[in-house]
Ligand binder design. Structure first.
Ligand SMILES: *Cc1c(COP(=O)(O)O)cnc(C)c1O
Length: 362
């Protein structure tokens, strides 16, 4: 069986470094907000070519805390793609703001910049650019629109560790970027973890307080903050894995290139091949009109797959107020997309077998 994802195998190459990191933290006797978090924040910000890194508990909190730190009036609009992950939308409502969904470009699966301006009103305060599946949104157009209407731009970079755009890198393409290190992400912890990167020093200082009860000095509380701290153990593990991220992303690109050149089934729609080396291929998402039949066929031949995502946010019971809206592009995508195995530890033989099996599906 080729599982869709095998986290044990993915972490195996890092086992010795991870064990050393864990041992170091145990011996230090300091487990929350210490030297390991500091060190990882610096290394990760540097990796993202960004001025400041702030470790937090998870990706959802990273998004939510930035939106709260910007202090928009309650109920302000934040624009986000209609096919975004549920956490992107949850962060907007958790911050007391209103998600305004904009359809994606059906070729890239990313928010369509040509549809953003029509969604802007005087209530609009920010655009959330979700770099879905590992490819950066069209940040040139998005930043131009944001500048014209005086909006903040928040990157949801939870699927885009190391992704490139023009001369920049995800994490340094807007006013702030939110990261998740959930175990399955391109850079994954062994538990929950997240971070924010930004070049805005004032925002960084406020976020450091907001993640820790609103306090920058012990027992002094300037804001009604959260407990959303990155712990020392996860920070040490992430520091051990970060030096290998580029190498692992390059292996992902190699596999993506193989899929893109060898998959020849005429009914399978492939993801865009124009930025193979900029994309970090968090997911390799294909479309098929009989997606569920293809998944069963693969399963019967020992190949795991997944769907990202089966149900869009506006069709979830959590958001009845979005249920009357109409998003035909997102609806079509959600009915047809499926994700093939793509991760740094897949072997050439496994990838060749997957291609061979898919090409024979009729
Ligand atoms: C994983 C993910 C998140 C949420 O991260 P958590 O750490 O699970 O809270 C947010 N947005 C996107 C696009 C994600 O893939």
């Amino acid at each position: 069986m080729i599982p869709f994802l095998d986290l044990k195998r993915i972490n195996e190459p890092h086992q010795v470094a991870i064990q050393q990191a864990i041992e170091r933290v145990i011996q230090s006797g300091w487990y929350i907000l210490g030297g390991e978090v500091d060190a990882f924040e610096h290394q990760f910000a540097q990796y993202c070519q960004s001025g400041y890194g702030i470790g937090v508990a998870n990706g959802l909190d990273a998004l939510t805390l930035v939106l709260k730190a910007w202090n928009f009036p309650a109920g302000s609009d934040v624009i986000v793609a209609s096919n975004a992950y549920i956490a992107s939308v949850l962060s907007i409502t958790h911050a007391g703001l209103n998600p305004v969904l904009v359809e994606p470009d059906p070729q890239t699966y990313l928010i369509d910049p040509n549809r953003i301006e029509a969604a802007i009103t005087e209530r609009t305060k920010a655009i959330m650019a979700v770099h879905l599946y590992g490819r950066c949104c069209e940040m040139g157009s998005i930043n131009r629109i944001a500048q014209r209407y005086n909006l903040k731009v928040l990157e949801d970079a939870a699927q885009a560790h190391g992704a490139l755009y023009s001369s920049g890198r995800a994490g340094n393409l807007g006013d702030a970027a939110a990261w998740s290190f959930y175990p399955s992400k391109n850079l994954g912890a062994l538990g929950d973890a997240g971070a924010i990167t930004t070049n805005d020093e004032t925002l960084a200082t406020r976020l450091r307080a907001l993640r820790n009860y609103g306090s920058s000095q012990k027992y002094v509380n300037d804001y009604r903050g959260h407990n959303s701290r990155l712990d020392e153990l996860q920070a040490a593990i992430l520091s051990a894995k970060l030096p290998f991220l580029d190498q692992e992303n390059n292996r992902r690109r190699e596999i993506a290139r193989y899929y893109l050149t060898r998959l020849k089934n005429p009914a399978v729609a492939l993801p865009p091949a124009d930025q193979i080396d900029r994309d970090v291929w968090h997911l390799f998402v294909i479309r098929h009109p009989r997606r569920d039949a293809l998944r069963t066929y693969l399963h019967n031949r020992g190949i795991g797959s997944d769907i990202h995502y089966p149900t869009p946010p506006y069709r979830q019971r959590a958001y009845p107020e979005l249920a009357q809206l109409f998003f035909p592009i997102a609806d079509t995508l959600h009915g047809e997309v499926m994700s093939l195995p793509l991760n740094p530890i897949l072997t050439d033989d496994e990838v060749a077998y997957i291609v061979d099996v898919i090409n024979k599906f009729i």
